[in-house]
Ligand binder design. Structure first.
Ligand code: 5AD
Ligand code: SF4
Length: 466
């Protein structure tokens, strides 16, 4: 999609750099490797949009690429290790292909420790940029082609002109839209406030305009992105809440489904809980990360709610929207978590009955408050708790999925199966994954499907011919 404002608005000479690469670089096949959350996935869509403007095409194999970009995540140690491993694998590439360029961007590059480690250990990296200055890519690439050994730029301020960039969206019928950046919560385990900066909301008018434009180009489903969407609007001059924003998006012609990620339980308002009831396009699905079921652990995590507060909010959500699907993030093995605390987590999972959950083993992140605690839980105990958590979660998920058997649901079809072209998959309003017999004409459409079977992870159905 064309974004006419970009080149007028964006710092005077981005356009010049784009043209320069387009005209002066011959071999232009790019590979963008994305780690982490939806926020990063969407950033990669902005990166590929810029690359396309510079004349790049895209490949899936490292050996075919002239430019490799690693968009990194630092939320867990393992995510960082994966990037170091990949950079290690790229080490000998330059002896085979002299002109290949390698860039590293994303959350890891916002952290001094990780960035310095990359600079020190991987001299094959040509370009480094952060999460707030994707728009600098053409300039950095030009500098690199002009002989700069390491072309690097990091921007601390989250209020960035990256907003003005278009995005080369993976699907044209469902789109991510940033509504805010950064996080002010400083949960004691989390690195995000240090990598993504302070919370900043985009102006409602800009968001609405972007979504209207997306709808005109075929988007049916929008997912609003922010680290804590419930506190949307706090940094705006005008009084405008997340629920107000949802109301306006609900009125946009062409948009059929609205989702959002992620919200913080302490900030979920009654106004938002009522939105699920009142707004027909807001999907029947709430992702509300609990992290732990013990008030003692929640306090140590600096989550600012208790187990009882959380359960009360969930009760309210359920009583107003009895069929809502619930999802969460849960972490085991936070420093100081006792067996009793962990049993509280299992108990909460049983009480809430989540439809799905992202589960994590606590990972030490340097320079966060929890990293300095001396009561770290031994690895074996963490892994054991993780397994026990899944043993409780999966049967609940299965039971909730099986309750769909015999029901007719609307599925937004997303993909054709790679193995069998007569099979397609998509999501229900409740974000349930459904597989059924269909064909490529179904992709991007909302199709009626009767559910025949289900397991812990997905549903199987049959298309109802209309
Ligand atoms: N260790 C393990 N999981 C973490 N998360 C955030 N920080 C850590 C950490 N240090 C999880 C939280 C968060 C999700 C995106 O990642 O559950 O909600
Ligand atoms: Fe996303 Fe957090 Fe990873 Fe950054 S650190 S990419 S915000 S999950």
């Amino acid at each position: 999609m064309e974004n006419k404002e970009l080149i007028n608005d964006i710092n005077n000479n981005v356009n010049e750099y784009i043209r320069n690469i387009k005209e002066s670089v011959d071999e232009k096949r790019a590979l963008v490797i994305t780690h982490g959350c939806q926020m990063n996935e969407h950033d990669s869509e902005k990166i590929t949009w810029l690359l396309e403007k510079m004349g790049y095409s895209f490949v899936n194999e490292i050996d075919e690429a002239d430019f490799i970009i690693l968009n990194t995540c630092s939320v867990r140690h393992s995510a960082e290790d994966k990037v170091y491993g990949q950079l290690g694998n790229l080490k000998n590439l330059k002896s085979k292909k002299k002109n290949i360029k390698i860039a590293v961007c994303g959350c890891m590059m916002q952290r001094d420790e990780s960035r310095n480690y990359v600079i020190e250990k991987f001299p094959n990296v040509d370009i480094i940029f952060g999460t707030n200055n994707i728009w600098k890519l053409p300039e950095l690439l030009t500098a690199s082609y002009n002989g700069t050994k390491l072309a690097m730029d990091i921007e601390e301020n989250a209020l960035s002109i990256d907003d003005k960039l278009g995005a080369n969206r993976l699907y044209n019928f469902k789109s991510y839209v940033n509504i805010m950046y950064g996080c002010n919560n400083f949960c004691s385990y989390c690195i995000v406030p240090y990598t993504r900066g302070r919370e900043t909301s985009r102006r409602p008018g800009e968001i609405i305009r972007e979504i209207e434009d997306l709808a005109r180009h075929g988007t049916k489903e929008v997912t609003l992105l922010g680290q804590n969407v419930n506190s949307y609007g706090k940094t705006l001059d005008e009084k405008f809440s997340f629920a107000n924003l949802l109301e306006e998006i609900n009125d946009i012609k062409g948009i059929e489904r609205i989702r959002f990620m992620t919200s913080h339980p302490k900030d979920i308002s009654d106004e938002l809980i009522y939105s699920f009831k009142n707004l027909d396009k807001l999907c029947n699905f709430l992702h509300l990360p609990v992290q732990a079921g013990s008030s003692r652990v929640l306090k140590m995590m600096n989550r600012k709610y208790t187990r009882e507060d959380y359960l009360r909010k969930i009760d309210k959500v359920k009583s107003l929207n009895p069929n809502i699907a619930l999802s969460t993030d849960i972490m085991v093995g936070f420093p100081g978590e006792s067996e009793e605390d962990f049993l509280d987590t299992l108990d909460l999972v049983k009480k809430v009955e989540y439809d799905t959950a992202f589960t994590f083993i606590y990972s030490v992140r340097e320079n966060t408050p929890a990293a300095n605690r001396t009561d770290q839980v031994p690895d074996k105990v963490k892994h054991d708790r993780f397994e026990r958590l899944l043993d409780v979660l999966y049967p609940i998920q299965e039971r909730k999925n099986k309750a769909f058997i015999g029901k007719d649901v609307d599925v937004l079809v997303e993909d054709i199966s790679k193995k069998n072209e007569s099979k397609v998959s998509g999501r229900t309003d409740e974000f349930k994954l459904v597989n059924f017999k269909g064909d490529k004409n179904d992709v991007g459409n909302i199709v009626k499907v009767r559910i025949k079977d289900a397991n812990s992870f997905s549903l199987v159905g049959e298309k109802i011919e209309s």
